[in-house]
Design a protein around this ligand. Structure first.
Ligand SMILES: Nc1nc2c(c(=O)[nH]1)N[C@H]1C(S)=C(S)[C@@H](COP(=O)(O)O)O[C@H]1N2
Ligand SMILES: [Mo]
Length: 263
């Protein structure tokens, strides 16, 4: 005779049991993810610091992540991606003045004797006057200037395309190097720029703002306008231009800002 098989009927869980079980699950989740986070944090903490230099001090895995994002944007923007432009009427009449490093403290600066020094070799330089620069074809741009401090403003600038300037002065070969470095005449403010942005069609050496001479506070007699970058890279009052395959020193990168500072 067959015995009827005993069915194991699970008694429904009591409320207390349910709560207990849920707590167990949450604890499990907490320990798994929490533990993972701690392990990840320790991994980051114990990973070697990047060697001395411009981004020195940041942990290598973080730097690698930054480099990945940077690479993505560099590829994205190198394809002649153009920054949005506006009608002149939209440009601010009162243009913001942000910071004046290398300008306000330069008591020796004399606009009459200013020349742009372009370092062409270890001991060679070109010295180019403002009139020579103004004799080159002029371009104008109206775009939204953005500062990392959180403001932006539509501004109108005029000058010579940096790429036109470079070919006019036979600097094409030099500008094939990976970077351009720019400095104020007293060397107190300086930036490094990678080639794609230097040669970008909207990058200009500006000597006009709203159709008039740039004022001292905005970088007279010549400043950089590089719309694919945040304000920090738009160096006012250029004194020296140089080229290199290694990253030139950069004022804000030394303070921990992103070297690339692209938009
Ligand atoms: N020489 C020099 N250039 C500079 C700066 C500076 O302090 N000194 N500040 C930068 C920053 S942070 C910004 S936002 C822009 C501001 O330019 P503006 O004062 O013409 O608005 O200039 C950039 N170029
Ligand atoms: Mo800025």
């Amino acid at each position: 005779m067959e015995q009827p098989t005993k069915k194991k009927v699970k008694a429904p869980l009591s409320i207390e049991q349910k709560i207990k079980r849920r707590n167990l699950i949450s604890f499990g989740v907490f320990f798994t993810f929490g533990g993972g986070a701690v392990a990840g944090w320790r991994w980051l903490l114990h990973s070697p610091e990047e060697t001395a230099g411009i981004t020195g001090g940041s942990k290598q895995p973080l730097r690698r992540a930054l480099n990945k994002t940077e690479l993505f944007f560099r590829n994205f923007f190198s394809n002649n991606h153009l920054v949005k432009t506006y009608d002149k009427e939209r440009a601010a009449k009162t243009v913001r003045i942000n910071s004046l490093i290398g300008i306000e403290d330069d008591k020796d600066f004399d606009e009459k004797n200013w020349k742009l020094e372009v370092r062409t070799g270890a001991t060679d330089s070109l010295h180019i006057g403002i009139e020579e620069i103004k004799s080159l074809p002029k371009t104008e741009i109206v775009f939204d200037f953005k500062c990392v401090e959180g403001w932006d403003q539509i501004q109108h600038w005029g000058g010579v395309k940096l790429s036109d300037f470079l070919s006019h002065f036979k600097l094409d070969k030099l500008s094939e190097k990976n970077y351009m470095g720019l400095e104020t005449p007293n060397g107190e403010y300086y930036v490094g720029l990678e080639r794609e942005s230097v040669l970008h069609p909207q990058t200009i050496l500006a000597y006009e703002m709203n159709g008039e001479q740039i004022t001292n506070d905005h970088g007279a007699p010549l400043r950089l306008i590089i719309p694919v970058k945040y304000g920090i890279k738009n160096l006012k009052r250029i004194g020296l231009m140089s080229f290199s395959d290694q990253r030139p020193k950069d004022y804000w990168a030394e303070q921990g800002y992103d070297y690339y500072s692209g938009l």
